[in-house]
Design a protein around this ligand. Structure first.
Ligand code: SF4
Length: 403
């Protein structure tokens, strides 16, 4: 299992697969061929089908600027990974001097066919949650203590991640106006927050505040702002909204929140290793389902639940997202994505609540590892039209013409 640093990354939205991955690869390619005078980018798979709405072409051209980069949207792609792109570098006589085939693995992670960057280096000797929990029990370690054992330099990284999450939500709460794109949708995070402040009951106030934080984060994401992949950009508001709530509204320490990021991250990594966190591969269950599992586990940890109850919370969160499809309207990460982050943030709290109470009176028959395998199986059964291609579902009910 790879580093949690490879899971939590700060980068430009709206989509980790469609903006962070091409952006990261473009910077590396540009540095590998600094003498090139122009570049081409060919997009394939979901990168081609929803690249316009996800601003893939714009982020690539901006990264290569002031040098010229032409972006082509292609369809035939014969590699094992479904989502990918090819970068080409040319000299002043237009001779090809460099070519990389880049796979976008989900969550902004990349693999380059021609160069081994070792991004996916193994850090943890675990294959599933069962083996993680077994070591925690036999070594008498909490989940954060076990994680720190294998990644002693992780805390400073997570401190930056937590600060970036808090900043994104704050920025989103301060902004009003239209989101970019042809959907002409207004930002509403600030109005939601004001509504929350006027609630009489504490429960309604807290739930509406969490909703406003998720909207704030994902309205920033939809505008191409900097967000934290948790595990992806499209689903980044689930963890970020809860971190903001527990820090500003409930007064939890940054130290405790960083530990909860470790706990949530371990569950995200288990999904990443055994299934997928990419909407283009497994549908939205892979993104929002995983984000909800991570947030439910983090919430359970913040409420001092035990190892079994933490697993139960993560399992409930994933189980009840199974089969969730990805059909972004117009290819924008706006409908259904923004609302979905709010729904999943509230669901994560409910999952932790259920795990606490159900877990004290019955054993959970479904383990987290089982539900991850099921999510992977279900993702393979989801048709291509409903895996981030904008070719079906809500994307065809509310059709947007980009021409
Ligand atoms: S529907 Fe879900 S998976 Fe698809 S782009 Fe939106 S958040 Fe990501």
């Amino acid at each position: 299992m790879e580093s949690l640093k490879e899971l939590y990354k700060v980068g430009p939205g709206p989509s980790s697969s469609h903006t962070i991955a091409p952006w990261k690869a473009a910077m590396l390619f540009r540095d590998a061929f600094p003498d090139a005078v122009s570049y081409d980018a060919e997009l394939y798979g979901s990168l081609s089908l929803t690249g316009k709405g996800h601003y893939t072409d714009q982020i690539i051209m901006q990264t290569f600027a002031p040098k010229m980069c032409k972006v082509y949207f292609r369809l035939s792609w014969e590699h094992l990974y479904e989502n990918g792109l090819i970068y080409k570098a040319y000299d002043e006589r237009n001779n090809l001097i460099g070519l990389w085939t880049v796979f976008s693995l989900g969550g902004g992670s990349i693999k380059v066919l021609e160069t081994d960057f070792d991004f996916q280096r193994t850090i943890y000797p675990y294959l599933d949650y069962e083996s993680v929990a077994k070591d925690c029990k036999s070594l008498h370690l909490s989940l954060p203590a076990l994680i720190k054992f294998y990644e002693p330099d992780l805390e400073p990284h997570l401190e930056k991640i937590l600060d970036a999450m808090l900043k994104t939500v704050k920025r989103g709460l301060d902004r009003t106006g239209l989101l970019p794109g042809l959907l002409e949708i207004n930002r509403i995070a600030k109005s939601l927050y004001l509504q929350a402040e006027n609630q009489d009951s504490e429960t309604s106030k807290n739930r509406l505040k969490i909703l406003s934080y998720a909207y704030a984060n994902n309205e920033e994401n939809a505008s191409g702002g900097m967000v934290v992949t948790a595990p992806t950009c499209g689903s980044s508001g689930v963890m970020a909204s809860l971190m903001y709530h527990y820090y500003y509204d409930l007064g939890y320490s940054k130290q405790k929140l960083i530990q909860s990021l470790m706990v949530g991250g371990m569950f995200g990594n288990i999904v990443k290793m055994n299934a997928t966190i990419s909407g283009a591969v497994g549908g939205c269950q892979a993104e929002i389902g995983t984000a909800c599992s991570m947030a439910a586990a983090a919430t359970a940890y913040l409420h001092d639940l035990n190892l079994k109850q933490i697993e139960y919370a993560a399992e409930i969160a994933m189980e009840h997202h199974l089969g969730l499809t990805c059909d972004p309207v117009g290819g924008y990460v706006i409908i259904p994505c923004i609302e979905r982050n709010g729904a999943a943030a509230l669901r994560a709290i409910d999952a932790a609540f259920m795990a606490e109470h159900l877990g004290s009176i019955k054993d959970n028959r479904v383990s987290f590892d089982m539900v991850v395998r099921t999510m992977n199986y279900t993702g393979k059964k989801i048709v291509l039209e409903l895996r981030e291609t904008a070719l079906g579902g809500l994307a065809t009910e509310l059709r947007i013409d980009h021409k």
